[in-house]
Design a binder for this molecule. Structure first.
Ligand code: SAM
Length: 425
């Protein structure tokens, strides 16, 4: 390229005033335009002014996109600055014109840093780069890079030293970040799935409570669980003859085997029957009463996992459970996903029976609000507390050096805060 960067100065006229005042829509449009133009987003920040107007910046590896809007004039000014030739800024210009429903737009491109006018200096690049970034993950120029999971009110940010894996699969965007505080972190469509530093909470709680309260579990089914953590914990129990795991996305398995090996450590276990397929279809085709334990270790009720939060699916799970079978699901955060949380317990109860469904909690620092819930639905007589054997639980936790689950936590997890109990009463 003859210049270091391309700077497009953009004016959008006769836009929808509602859109120019909608900070969430503008942020999603700017981030989407950046990605469709081929850019890698590092971070973004947007602000809604009172009484109206929005300002925001998307920092990309190739520089930035910035915007300020005047809804009262139906006018928006945008800067699209890209360095290198992997990003086409004009793609972003066109996308935003449509997203803002602009009557018309005008733009001028400036070449920034014309190389003919610049003389490259002879300096030691290693001194300019911190060692860590040049060795692992995509090279970064600064340390101040954050992964952020957010909705329109709540956000969680983790500082990281680059992305180790970044693939758009047939189902979702699969990414692994090298975070500074929580080790390698798996995200799907920008949502935290598991991190090396706190995964044990989720995986120990979703597996040992049903396994240690079922009379004699021989066959377990895991729906989802592509990181392998749930299968790893189940296979700590010698009683299982077989653990069937049905994960829809082989890219998740690939990413975890490569970058989260401590979690994905049981994929070679001979008792594990790994099937890459849609769990909804697998359950529909499975035989009546063929599993003692079914664990639904899925993503949130979006994309491929939407069907895993339906009456039809749970009715099929009920059918394939043995007479004293147990279903455990990750049932979202009472605070962060209140609506789903309330509704899903009514669904469980409508299928398993009012007194057959129990909720328990665990605290996972990298999950939104930190408070996460699990449902325990019993087809037969199994009960999470009445059938709980403290000595057996204590011995098991000690033998396997578990870091979260123990006989005290087992019982305490079912003691719900009043606001949670009320939500599902
Ligand atoms: N602990 C995480 C959580 O609570 O959000 C879930 C971890 S696990 C990675 C979730 C897995 O469910 C993902 O790998 C995703 O691909 C898988 N999944 C989503 N929908 C599915 C479906 N219909 N059948 C099988 N697996 C599915």
């Amino acid at each position: 390229m003859a210049s270091l960067g391309r700077h497009i100065i953009v004016e959008y006229y006769n836009c929808s005033s509602e859109i120019l005042n909608d900070v969430v829509h503008i942020e999603k449009s700017m981030e989407g335009a950046a990605e469709d133009a081929g850019a890698t987003i590092i971070n973004s920040t947007f602000h809604h002014f009172s009484p109206y107007g929005v300002s925001g910046v998307v920092v990309i590896q190739e520089s930035h996109l910035a915007i300020h809007t005047w809804p009262e004039y139906g006018y928006a000014s945008v800067d699209i600055f890209t360095c290198g030739d992997t990003v086409n800024p004009w793609v972003a210009y066109q996308i935003l014109k449509e997203k803002f429903e602009a009557g018309h737009g005008s733009a001028v491109e400036l070449l920034r840093g014309e190389k003919a006018l610049l003389k490259e200096r002879d300096f030691d690049i290693k001194a300019m780069r911190d060692e860590k970034s040049s060795e692992e993950g995509s090279p970064i120029r600064t340390r101040d890079v954050w992964f952020t999971e957010r909705d329109d009110k709540i956000a969680l940010s983790l500082k990281h030293d680059g992305k180790l894996y970044d693939v758009q699969s047939d189902f979702q965007k699969v990414e692994v970040y090298k975070t500074q505080a929580y080790g390698n972190l798996l995200t799907l469509d920008g949502m935290v799935m598991t991190s090396e530093k706190d995964e044990y909470v989720y995986h120990e709680m979703i597996t040992h409570i049903p396994t240690l309260t079922h009379p004699k579990p021989k066959r377990a089914l895991v729906i989802g669980g592509g990181d392998g953590g749930t299968a790893r914990e189940l296979l700590r129990h010698d009683g299982y003859d077989e653990v069937v795991m049905v994960e829809i996305d082989d890219k998740v398995i690939e990413a975890c085997k490569e970058h989260l090996p401590g979690i994905a450590s049981a994929f070679d276990n001979p008792k594990l029957n790994l099937i890459v397929d849609d769990g909804i279809k697998y359950v529909k085709d499975a035989a009546d009463g063929s599993f003692d334990i079914v664990i639904v270790d899925s993503t949130d009720p979006v994309g491929p996992a939407e069907g895993l939060f339906t009456v039809e699916f749970y009715k099929e799970v009920y059918r394939i459970l043995s007479d004293d079978g147990i279903m455990v699901t990750q049932s979202e955060s009472p605070r962060f996903n209140s609506k789903v949380f309330r509704e899903i317990y009514q669904v469980y109860r409508s299928i398993f029976g009012q007194d057959q469904v129990h909720c328990y909690l665990a605290y996972i620092p990298t999950y939104p609000t930190g408070m996460w819930s699990f449902s325990y639905s019993s087809k037969g007589k199994a009960h999470p507390l009445k059938d709980f054997n403290a000595e057996e639980s204590k011995a098991f936790a000690k033998k396997h050096g578990l870091k979260y689950y123990n006989e005290g936590i087992h019982q305490a997890a079912f003691a719900l805060p009043s606001f949670v109990a009320e939500m599902i009463s």
